[in-house]
Design a protein around this ligand. Structure first.
Ligand code: ADP
Length: 165
């Protein structure tokens, strides 16, 4: 485990202050972090992988300790490619727990050397999810203070594009 890269995987459709809070706190603990955007076509993401990566990059600014990457397919295959064994996930509420518990055990079943580490959300972001952000933006509400400005702009543009905004 020593010196192994820590991977924070997610759909990030789009990145929110909840994700960014986890990223910043993880870097403070682990020193380095790889944020890995899952293609996840089965989730029908609103943004392309490139858009999701770009929004994370813009939100983080220049930081050599954080790498933003993407992957398709199984997380454990990506971990192998990156020679990594530690997965970081965020937890908001009890409702996150069951799914995360299953995923962590399933990943460990496929590769017993994988460890999943959980970081508890900050209280201020405990209600924040990408899904809710998209719903608010779709309905023309304000997402200020919930996502960084470049993300809010892209949400506006995206819904305008579709003739909804
Ligand atoms: P996924 O589809 O893989 O769940 P998400 O982008 O929804 O991707 O979430 C990625 C990770 O970030 C998950 O572990 C999720 O629990 C965590 N997360 C999402 N929103 C928050 C938040 N507001 N506070 C803490 N963790 C969060």
């Amino acid at each position: 485990m020593k010196g192994s890269s820590v991977i924070y995987p997610g759909t990030f459709d789009p990145v929110t202050y909840g994700h960014l809070d986890i990223i910043e706190r993880a870097v403070a603990v682990f020193g380095r972090l790889i944020v890995a955007v899952a293609h996840n076509p089965q989730k029908n993401p609103l943004f392309t992988v490139e858009e999701r990566r770009e929004m994370i990059r813009l939100s983080l600014g220049e930081n050599p300790d954080i790498e933003v990457d993407d992957f398709d397919g199984l997380l454990i295959d990506y971990l192998k490619r990156r020679n990594a064994r530690v997965v970081l996930r965020g937890l908001r509420a009890l409702s996150d727990f069951e799914y995360e518990f299953q995923m962590a055990l399933m990943n460990r079943k496929q590769d017993s050397t994988i460890e999943t580490i959980f970081m508890m959300t900050s209280e201020a972001y405990s209600y924040l999810s990408s899904k809710l952000i998209k719903e608010i933006a779709y309905l023309g509400g304000s997402v200020k203070g919930l996502v960084p400005d470049p993300v809010a702009e892209r949400l506006r543009a995206k819904f305008k594009e579709g003739g909804l905004g």
